[in-house]
Design a protein. Structure first.
Length: 287
């Protein structure tokens, strides 16, 4: 039976008040990416600019952006064009399917994912913003995330009360070419999503954020936990924890091999810890 809205809002482990998402603004001032390249290529990225395309030189183009290697190879001047980062859309897709409404400790994966989506949108403050959460229509705002966050709270609560929704793929709405797209989901990437990511990767740099619950990777030593799946009911036995952990590692390795050609960045967040703590440390980056 679906829980009442009052019951959902009263449970501190389930509720997602708007104030919680507004508070993530303080995280946006901290850089979540601690990795820095050890070597910058000859054409290192210009400050505040993102590479857009290479084209034959035209009158008025910046001479300092001429790609001399391509020019020498083709025998005709070619120049590199850049986007202004301040005008690039900040795009976020959040999975609110039933697998995200799970948590063994302090929160549901869907709630941690919603907080992460809010922090990423705050990072885009002043730029065009785009959000798709669950199977609802995509949302957009010219500069500010507050209207998007209010709708995000509503969709999270709706999914919490009716947890039968399957994973919804990103909307068919076309985003500006070249803008980075943040995808937030759990550690399992089913074939339909992998196929969709392959299509998206042709036009957008993809940054995948996986929300992983501790119970998905390891069992407590003496646990005996009831589980229900599409094949029936059973038990997770802590005595088999080594086999369980080995199977989880094998799943991760197989998923990583599939994701490597599709994503520019792959991050992993621990659902057993608060977002602020992981953000300040720098999220675990796998790619």
């Amino acid at each position: 039976m679906p829980l009442s809205e009052a019951a959902l809002l009263g449970d501190p482990l389930l509720a997602l008040p708007l104030a919680r998402l507004l508070a993530t603004r303080s995280l946006a001032r901290l850089a979540p990416e601690r990795h820095t390249p050890q070597h910058r290529g000859r054409f290192a990225r210009q400050p505040g600019l993102t590479f857009k395309e290479l084209r034959p030189y035209q009158s008025g183009d910046e001479v300092r952006h001429i790609d001399w290697r391509v020019t020498a190879r083709l025998g005709r001047p070619h120049t590199r064009l850049y986007h202004d980062e301040q005008e690039q859309t900040c795009a976020v897709w959040l999975d609110l399917g039933r697998d995200m409404y799970f948590g063994s400790r302090v929160q549901l994966k869907a709630r941690l994912g919603a907080e992460l989506a809010a922090a990423l949108l705050w990072q885009g403050l002043g730029r065009p913003l785009w959000l798709q959460a669950g199977d609802g229509p995509a949302l957009a705002h010219a500069r500010r995330p507050e209207p998007l966050l209010a709708e995000l709270c509503a969709r999270y609560t709706q999914g919490l009360a009716h947890r039968e929704a399957a994973q919804a793929l990103p909307a068919h709405q076309r985003l500006p070419d070249g803008c980075a797209l943040h995808l937030i989901t759990d550690r399992r990437t089913p074939p339909p999503l992998l196929h969709w990511m392959g299509q998206l990767a042709r036009r957008h740099p993809l940054r995948l954020w996986q929300i992983v619950d501790p119970l998905e990777l390891a069992l407590p030593p003496h646990a005996r936990l009831p589980v229900t799946s599409h094949t029936g009911r059973g038990w997770l036995d802590g005595e088999r924890r080594h086999d369980y952990a080995a199977a989880a590692r094998a799943q991760d390795e197989a998923q990583l091999a599939q994701l490597l050609p599709l994503v520019k960045r792959l991050y992993r967040l621990d659902n057993g810890r608060p977002l602020a703590e992981q953000w300040q440390e720098g999220p675990c980056r796998l790619i």
